[in-house]
Design a protein around this ligand. Structure first.
Ligand SMILES: Cc1cc2nc3c(=O)[nH]c(=O)nc-3n(C[C@H](O)[C@H](O)[C@H](O)COP(=O)(O)OP(=O)(O)OC[C@H]3O[C@@H](n4cnc5c(N)ncnc54)[C@H](O)[C@@H]3O)c2cc1C
Length: 287
């Protein structure tokens, strides 16, 4: 099923993201974790893609397994950094053969070990979106950044570029994580003002270890509200307490989003079924 169809329904959706193994040696353990997330029967799932296609085979294997063995509609992420047009056509043909109808079209970041110029056939995700659209048969999603993409001069420019991506054929957008819902509401207002009318799905990251927050800040420069910083400062050295506090904080963000009319929410599961299960159970009378 195409995700656009799921998003058109009138119900609130809760979807989960998982990542594939970087190396094949731990494939089974990662697959087991991803399948345990799938057993929770979210509205749909997504499987990330290693920088420059490093996890390509594993992304597809996990996505196909989630769909075929657990009956959960799955999106595969696809990046175009360092890719050729021919490589992208092959990746799409492989997805089609595996029964995947949904792709999150991303530019990706220059892989650390990439030699030469990585932006030859593709410069921006919007160019990938155009090619996927021409390939046909895929529901296309894209990424967006409530606090602005790190390379953007300012958020206006970022939103102008986002509009080009939607005009190229993006049917919905999923946001980078944020820890203050007001940042998302503000962004949504500006996106709508710019005439972007596709669903914008907030991406919520339950933080269960302080290092996750450090990485998130380093990678995306996202804002950490004082209230959340105090929680991490207080519980960060007590793993079980931190996990519980992280689940509660993420659930609180989701409840606020739903109360403010946001119908579709994506959770970065970090391959931790127990964490998304905790969120799902806390929302059992709400969704
Ligand atoms: C929900 C989500 C999922 C992700 N999943 C993955 C994953 O699986 N694998 C992975 O490697 N990375 C992933 N990423 C990270 C992503 O690849 C990086 O953030 C990357 O730096 C940007 O990708 P993009 O698709 O948003 O790029 P783009 O949409 O191309 O934007 C990149 C930058 O270029 C600018 N830009 C865009 N179009 C133009 C234009 N026409 N002219 C001038 N400037 C322009 C934008 O403003 C932005 O600053 C994900 C990010 C998100 C939010």
């Amino acid at each position: 099923m195409q995700v656009s169809e799921i998003l058109r329904r009138n119900d609130v959706t809760l979807s989960f993201e998982v990542f594939p193994p970087k190396v094949t040696s731990n494939f089974e353990a990662v697959q087991r974790a991803a399948y345990d997330v799938a057993k929770l029967q979210p509205s749909y799932m997504s499987v990330t893609y290693g920088a420059g296609g490093s996890t390509r085979g594993n992304t597809l294997k996990i996505a196909r397994g989630i769909q075929q063995e657990h009956g959960v509609t799955t999106i595969t992420h696809l990046t175009c950094v360092g890719a050729t047009k021919e490589g992208i056509r092959q990746a799409l043909a492989d997805m089609k053969e595996a029964g995947i109808e949904n792709v999150l079209a991303l530019r990706g970041d220059r892989p650390k070990d990439f030699e030469g110029e990585p932006f030859t056939d593709y410069r921006y995700a919007s160019e990938l979106v155009e090619d996927i659209r021409a390939f046909g048969g895929m529901c296309i999603g894209g990424a967006c950044y409530p606090e602005g993409h790190v390379e953007s001069e300012n958020t206006q420019e970022d939103i102008r570029n986002l509009k080009k991506k939607v005009e190229a054929g993006c049917e919905y957008l999923t946001t980078q994580m944020f820890f203050d819902n007001n940042i998302f509401y503000n962004f949504l207002c500006r996106v709508r003002e710019a005439g972007i009318d596709v669903p914008v799905i907030p991406g919520i990251m339950p933080i269960t270890r302080p290092v996750q927050l450090q990485n998130a800040v380093k990678l995306s420069g996202c804002n950490v509200p004082m209230r959340f910083r105090s929680i991490v400062d207080c519980f960060g050295t007590k793993p079980e307490a931190m996990q519980q506090a992280g689940i509660i904080y993420a659930t609180d963000q989701i409840i606020d989003l739903i109360a403010n009319g946001i119908k579709h929410i994506h959770v970065y599961s970090m391959n931790k079924p127990e964490v998304v299960k905790g969120i799902q159970e806390s929302l059992s009378r709400i969704i």
